[in-house]
Design a binder for this molecule. Structure first.
Ligand SMILES: Cc1cc2nc3c(=O)[nH]c(=O)nc-3n(C[C@H](O)[C@H](O)[C@H](O)COP(=O)(O)OP(=O)(O)OC[C@H]3O[C@@H](n4cnc5c(N)ncnc54)[C@H](O)[C@@H]3O)c2cc1C
Length: 459
């Protein structure tokens, strides 16, 4: 009989692990506490013209030059990809900044934008020095020896003559959507070239998105074992009984498995473990999520109230911009994803689709208010250390760990890859062709980050 594997968490990491294990002939049981799979990659159903239309809500797009394995997955599942222009609009009490280069704020910050470019060039040079040749354009390659892992980007910006006003007025409002937080002073400088290649401060960029909503990805990945997908199952206990695990949920239901893959947040892992070891306690209780650092973006409003956009620019924002950030007189930062301006399947639905974080005023036409506990990993040295040390727990006594806290940054490709690495360590094959050199290089690098050398099976 094939091994039975329980997977706790139905985001892309858990579903990725389950998909790869099931293809390899393992019996999988996938447990998700919510009523639908997807985790952060939520699909929302909007009412429109007497019918409805589905859209992504939070995970909306990705940088295609970095998401090699995720795009191979979509290709295999037959999910179409669109490339779309991505641009940001920032409203401040003194005027607006958008990526057309023509506003008063742009003129005011022109010298600092030039210094910013110098800073990007400097950090790129330092990073290049510490990385092997040809390994620069990847989310997965970084050097532990690079001193810029330790130095905050904010300090470097100040060193290059960039003002606090530039940081607060330009950098934070644009990148609050990247980091899902307003608190970025601890972000290490090493990340700057990557950030600029994904979201350059001064020009619009392009990203990939699904033709349709993310739900189709999860449906297709689990289609062959849908009877073993247990939504509305919050796992609260994982106990070892002889050679098997007994897994119990908040309603008292019990299941058994030979091995367990945790693909949920670290706090949920820790509270499910029967008798955590010192190392488990140390690592799982110290992984930091953005809501631990700054809860501003951990609750948000899904709505159609376009009055929150400035009247003068409203129509333009609704059709041309993907993210609208506003700093009010008190200095608070509100951020809105303009879903209907970006997703190809929703662009023409005729209903404004807005998702507002850190809402500062009364919003009407509300569809839903959502609290998102432990939304994503915060980018910090502490998390990098925890991620690296997780290798000492991986596979021990039949327990495996994947998902955001086992990856160097929060990102859909990274979480998916962490699920694949764990599935491969258990015994599943790497699911894509070995001719895909970029994808294979990313996979191998992720193996190195997550597993001790003895636990890495060759492809
Ligand atoms: C607001 C926001 C926007 C983002 N935008 C993007 C984007 O545009 N592009 C991009 O690439 N990345 C984006 N990310 C990052 C992306 O969401 C993550 O990298 C990735 O989707 C995380 O997947 P995951 O499977 O690791 O975790 P999650 O998606 O968090 O999934 C974990 C799952 O575990 C479940 N769970 C937790 N505890 C239990 C339990 N006890 N029992 C059972 N189930 C449990 C949770 O309900 C959840 O479904 C965004 C993140 C956020 C928060």
């Amino acid at each position: 009989m094939s091994k039975q594997i329980a997977i706790v968490g139905g985001g892309i990491a858990g579903v990725g692990a389950a998909w790869a294990l099931h293809r390899a002939g393992y019996e999988v049981d996938l447990f998700e506490k919510a009523s639908a799979l997807g985790g952060n990659a939520k699909t929302f159903r909007w009412s429109a013209d007497g019918g409805h239309v589905d859209s992504p809500l939070l995970v909306v797009a990705w940088p295609q030059m970095y998401y090699h394995n995720y795009e191979l997955l979509l290709d295999e599942l037959g999910v179409g990809i669109e490339t779309l222009p991505i641009s940001y609009f920032v409203q401040t009490p003194e005027g607006h900044f958008c990526q057309d280069g023509q506003t008063g704020i742009q003129k005011r910050f022109a010298p600092e934008l030039r210094r910013w470019k110098k800073l990007v060039a400097f950090v790129t040079k330092v990073n290049d020095f510490f990385l092997p040749k040809g390994r620069h354009h990847s989310l997965y390659h970084f050097s532990y020896f690079n001193p810029l892992n330790l130095i905050p980007l904010y300090w470097m910006a100040r060193l290059f003559g960039i003002s606090r006003a530039f940081w607060d007025t330009i950098f934070v409002p644009i990148h609050c959507a990247t980091f899902i937080t307003t608190s970025m002073r601890g972000v290490p400088a090493v990340i700057l070239p990557l950030l600029e290649s994904i979201v350059p401060l001064e020009e619009p960029t392009q990203m990939g998105t699904w033709q349709g909503a993310p739900r189709q990805v999860f449906d297709r990945m689990t289609a062959r074992f849908s009877d073993r997908v247990h939504t509305d199952h919050e796992i609260t206990g994982v106990e070892r009984r002889n050679d098997r695990f007994v897994i119990s949920d908040s309603k008292g239901r019990r299941f058994e498995a030979d091995e367990v893959v945790f693909a949920c947040d670290s706090a949920s892992v820790l509270s499910a473990l029967e008798a955590p070891s010192g190392l488990q306690r140390l690592l799982l209780s110290n992984a930091q999520y953005v809501d631990d650092v700054d809860p501003a973006f951990s609750s948000f409003v899904v709505h159609s109230d376009t009055s929150i956009l400035p009247e003068k620019h409203r129509q333009r924002i609704l059709s041309e911009f993907n993210t609208y950030s506003e700093i009010n007189e008190a200095g608070a930062l509100e951020c809105t994803f303009v879903i209907s301006a970006q997703n190809p399947s929703t662009k023409d639905a005729g209903v404004p689709m807005l998702v507002t974080f850190n809402s500062q005023r009364v919003i009407e036409k509300v569809q839903k208010r959502i609290d998102l506990p432990h939304p994503t990993h915060s980018v910090s040295l502490q998390n990098l250390i925890i991620m690296s040390m997780m290798r000492y727990l991986q596979g021990r006594d039949g327990l495996h760990y994947c998902g955001t806290f086992t990856t160097p940054e929060g990102g859909h490709d990274l979480s998916f890859m962490s699920g694949l690495v764990v599935a491969h360590a258990i015994g599943a094959d790497y699911p894509f062709s070995s001719d895909q050199t970029d994808a294979v290089a990313d996979f191998k690098q992720m193996q190195k980050m997550m597993l001790k050398s003895g636990a890495r099976r060759p492809l």
